[in-house]
Design a protein around this ligand. Structure first.
Ligand code: ATP
Ligand code: MG
Length: 589
């Protein structure tokens, strides 16, 4: 059993024990079920004396005659069914509870793991695949746990019980019945392998479908803006058809199971009927005994049929399990040192030494970044689009880990700090601010849920966001994000700034904080930020050089290295990239 499965089952041992017991009871009742019929055939209709196990009922029926014996057989049938029914009820409820809990545990576990995976995992994995695993594959495993595991278990016990009973009853017939099973097993095993490959393809296609849907809906605005609905639809239709064909291909094999099994069963039954009739004619066997044996034979083949049918389900579950394990085993987490340092409040000295990083190993984005920032300094980072400015900033809170070199804060390698402690002290305004579902207030206090209303309003004022928030229908309680009202790019950006400001961090990283603002708001925001920057280390990435007018130092990133660095005046005097940019934006020097 895979360790994950064992771990999921361990806390539910008691439920499992109940299920197993009830299943055993059901099996016993199923074994007992044909016996009243034997009594009718052999002891009521025939002339044999009634067996012990039913005679105790006769006084209750009020006599020992054939009629009373028939009544007793009827009552026995109902009693057996009653006990079996109760056992079935209990076992099916407990099984459902077991499967729901396993599904829940699995989902929560996967989600927890997904929260910990580093951004580089998400760079290389489609969201649709993850969603389809968390819903579809977990559902498959859950469904299997609720219906099939119990069935497999019951079937296995029944099968075993039937074999034993049949051997006791007529060993020669039992051998006939058993002769075909190994052949069936080989067939089922072969087909199972093929089905598994096909099912894997099915799931891949299905996740592609989910990914196509998810990505298509996410970019619906662009699609409509460029009138590419047809192309999108075609893509979706292809993905959908792909899933259909893959499914049909899998079905082609799984559909062959039932007919083959039926044929084998008919073969055995025919043999037993033929042999049995001969034996009855010679008086070596009673009609009742043959009937009971045939009933057992049917009961013996039912689980065989079920198990063969289940091949398809088993293939689906093992593929679902593979996919769940693929998420669980993805170890692209940011590794913590065995004894990480709980960082003291940072002074804010940041140093990069020969840092290199690439999203894919073959093409490094940052080749050799060396850079030193003093506590309380404001450093501007400029450079052409795609030169790696955002990437460089994302290495400081360890959203991604550098490939080579060293990054230190206050002289200590950032990898030595506790990840949580490190990130708690770095404020971040991302290049595009994402709002979460909830109120404006929740969005601002997202990084500090215990912030008071006063602090929230204060942060919003400083970020120049208060003015538009108070104009909203519910003010700070207005819902934004998913289902609420949507904000403009500039408004979102200001909420993003407020969100970073409220954390009051010694280190602040601003990735184009004013890119989406008009000139006037930009001025106000810059002013607010400048007020706030005192005593903090601030890294501001900007294309508009006006944002950097107060920077103590400016770093130009180009081609993966620090191309220039120095004060505004020094860089102008240097006459390089910065001077050129400055000339473009402000005209003559
Ligand atoms: P801009 O000024 O446009 O914001 P930037 O300097 O911030 O640009 P980055 O976002 O750091 O640039 O990107 C640097 C390079 O890394 C780009 O060439 C880009 O193609 C690549 N890149 C960025 N993000 C990813 C990602 N998630 N996966 C793979 N490559 C990426
Ligand atoms: Mg960027």
């Amino acid at each position: 059993m895979p360790p994950l499965l064992r771990e999921l089952l361990r806390p539910r041992r008691r439920t499992l024990a109940v299920i197993v017991t009830m299943t055993l009871v059901q099996m016993l009742m199923s074994l007992a079920a044909p016996w009243p019929l034997k009594v009718i055939l052999d002891n009521v209709v025939g002339n044999h004396p009634p067996p012990q196990w039913i005679t105790w009922l006769l006084p209750v029926m009020g006599g020992a005659g054939r009629v009373h014996l028939a009544e007793a057989a009827g009552v026995m049938t109902v009693l057996i069914a009653l006990v079996a029914g109760v056992a079935m009820y209990v076992s099916s409820y407990f099984t459902e509870s077991l499967s729901q809990n396993i599904g829940n545990d699995l989902r929560v576990r996967l989600y927890h793991h997904l929260q910990e995976l580093s951004l580089s995992y998400y760079d290389s994995t489609r969201v649709g695949t993850i969603m389809s695993t968390l819903t579809g594959d977990v559902q498959t495993i859950q469904g299997f746990a609720s219906t099939s595991t119990l069935n497999i278990f019951t079937d296995a016990i029944t099968l075993f019980g039937m074999i034993v009973v049949m051997f006791c009853l007529r060993w020669d017939f039992a051998i006939i019945a058993l002769a075909v099973t190994p052949m069936l097993a080989v067939f089922v095993f072969r087909v199972n392998k093929i089905i598994r490959v096909a099912v894997r393809e099915v799931r891949t296609r299905q996740s592609e479908l989910v990914s196509t849907l998810q990505e298509g809906l996410q970019s619906i605005e662009v699609v409509q803006a460029f009138s590419r609905e047809d192309a999108q639809e075609r893509q979706f239709r292809e993905a959908s058809l792909g899933a259909v064909y893959a499914w049909l291909n899998a079905r082609r094999w799984s559909s062959s199971l039932a007919p083959v099994v039926s044929l084998a069963i008919a073969l055995c039954t025919g043999l037993v009927l033929w042999r049995g009739a001969l034996l009855i004619l010679t008086g070596a066997m009673t009609v009742g005994a043959l009937t009971v044996f045939l009933a057992y034979l049917a009961k013996f083949f039912q689980p065989v049929r079920d198990l063969a049918q289940m091949t398809n389900t088993i293939a689906q579950v093992s593929v679902a399990f593979e996919r769940v394990m693929a998420v669980c085993d993805a170890d692209k987490t940011i590794p913590e040192r065995p004894m990480p340092i709980d960082p003291p409040p940072f002074r804010g000295e940041i140093e990069f030494k020969n840092v290199a990083f690439g999203y894919v190993p073959e093409s490094p984005v940052l080749r050799d970044i060396t850079l030193s920032i003093q506590p309380g300094q404001m450093v501007g980072v400029v450079g052409p689009t795609g030169s790696g400015k955002s990437t460089m900033a994302s290495l400081i809170p360890r959203f991604r880990d550098r490939d080579a070199g060293l990054i230190t804060i206050d002289g200590v390698d950032i990898s030595d700090y506790k990840l949580h402690g490190l990130r708690m002290q770095i404020g971040f305004v991302l290049q595009d601010t994402v709002l979460l579902r909830g109120s404006i207030r929740d969005n601002i206090s997202f990084g500090r849920p215990d912030a008071t209303m006063e602090e929230i309003v204060n942060a919003a004022r400083m970020a120049n966001a208060d003015e538009f928030i108070v104009k909203m229908p519910d003010g700070y309680d207005s819902l934004v994000g998913d289902r609420g009202l949507t904000l403009s790019g500039g408004q979102r950006q200001r909420i993003g700034i407020a969100r970073a400001l409220i954390r009051d961090n010694p280190i602040l990283i601003l990735d184009e904080p004013t890119a989406a603002l008009d000139a006037q708001s930009e001025d106000l925001v810059i002013e607010a930020m400048e007020r706030l920057m005192k005593g903090r280390t601030v890294i501001t990435i900007a294309h508009r050089l006006s944002t950097l007018r107060r920077a103590d130092k400016i770093v130009v990133i180009d081609d993966g290295v620090v191309a220039e660095d120095g004060t505004h005046e020094e860089l102008l005097a240097l006459g390089g990239i910065y001077a050129h940019l400055h000339q473009l934006q402000f005209g003559k020097k």
